[in-house]
Every structure is written in C-alpha cells, then in structure tokens.
Design a protein around this ligand. Structure first.
Ligand code: TYD
Length: 139
C-alpha cells in the first residue's frame, strides 16, 4: 500500500460562521498510538520540503489550513495527493519517499506520528532510498 486516505470525523456547526471541528484519535483514525505531533508552518507558496523516507515510522498527515501537495513513491508506485481540506488525512507507512509542495502561503502541515523523533529512522538520500526499497523487495 503506497498510501491510504482517511476521512477525519468532522462536526460542522449549525451556525456556519462557527466553522467545524475535526478529530483524530490514536488507534482509531490513526491506526497507531500517537507518540508525537508536529506541524510545519510559515512556509511560502512555491517551497518544497521533505525529501526523505522512514524505515519504521507511521504518520498521519493533515492540512488544517491551506493547500499542500504530497508527492510519494515506494520504489514501484508513485502518486501525488492534494491536501486541501481539514477533514482529510493521508496515512503513510515506512519506505515511502516524500516531498511536499506548498501551493498556498502559510498552509499548515500537521503530522501525527507513531514514534518519537529518531534521526536514525530517516533515509535522507534518494539513492540510498532506492537501494533500501530494492533490498526490502528481495526479502
Ligand atoms: P525535517 O524532517 O528535515 O523537515 P522536512 O522534511 O519536513 O522538510 O526536519 C527539520 C528539522 O527539525 C531537522 O533538523 C530535524 C528536526 N526535527 C526534530 O527535531 N524533531 C521532529 O520531530 C522533527 C519532525 C524534526
């Protein structure tokens, strides 16, 4: 599975001016215990971040404000997913190279993660990623 889209539970208010409330619960909407939440903000449109994969980490990405394109590949498949509604979540598992394109100023990318921060879990070199997934496919 390259990715999974998750529809986040969202309660709209009767008074539309009062917006809506979206929910992510660990082990329910995210299929793991959430150990860490981080968010990327203050990014200008046109910027690209990411350029890495993880060896073990699971993540649920969501964009509570703005528009961000997530480009992903796992060595055999690739896709681009647009996050542009606060009620959409994108579930990514290990072995997925990703870049994120900011399509609107100050879009916020939030991530619920299955593990604490561990730089050793990152693959930050694209060639190394290709070798890693090719080796994993042979096992
Ligand atoms: P990085 O993963 O390179 O950002 P992105 O791939 O989204 O562009 O993270 C930026 C910096 O923040 C880097 O020095 C690592 C650090 N960092 C932490 O210390 N803890 C964390 O939980 C995360 C996600 C990053």
């Amino acid at each position: 599975m390259l990715y999974q889209l998750v529809s986040l539970k969202t309660h709209g208010m009767k008074n539309k001016n009062q917006g809506a409330l979206s929910i992510i619960e660990g082990t329910q909407d995210a299929p793991f215990e959430i150990k860490r939440i981080y968010y990327i903000h203050g990014v200008k449109a046109g910027e690209r971040r990411g350029h890495h994969a993880h060896k073990a980490l699971w993540q649920l990405l969501f964009c509570p404000y703005g528009k961000i394109r997530i480009n992903i590949e796992n060595g055999t498949e690739s896709a681009s997913v647009l996050l542009e509604t606060p009620s959409a979540g994108l579930l990514l598992g290990p072995g997925v190279w990703r870049t994120m394109d900011w399509l609107q100023d100050d879009s916020v990318l939030c991530v619920a993660a299955s593990e604490h921060y561990d730089e050793d879990d990152y693959i930050r070199d694209y060639q190394q990623f290709r070798e890693y997934v090719a080796q994993a496919a042979c096992k």
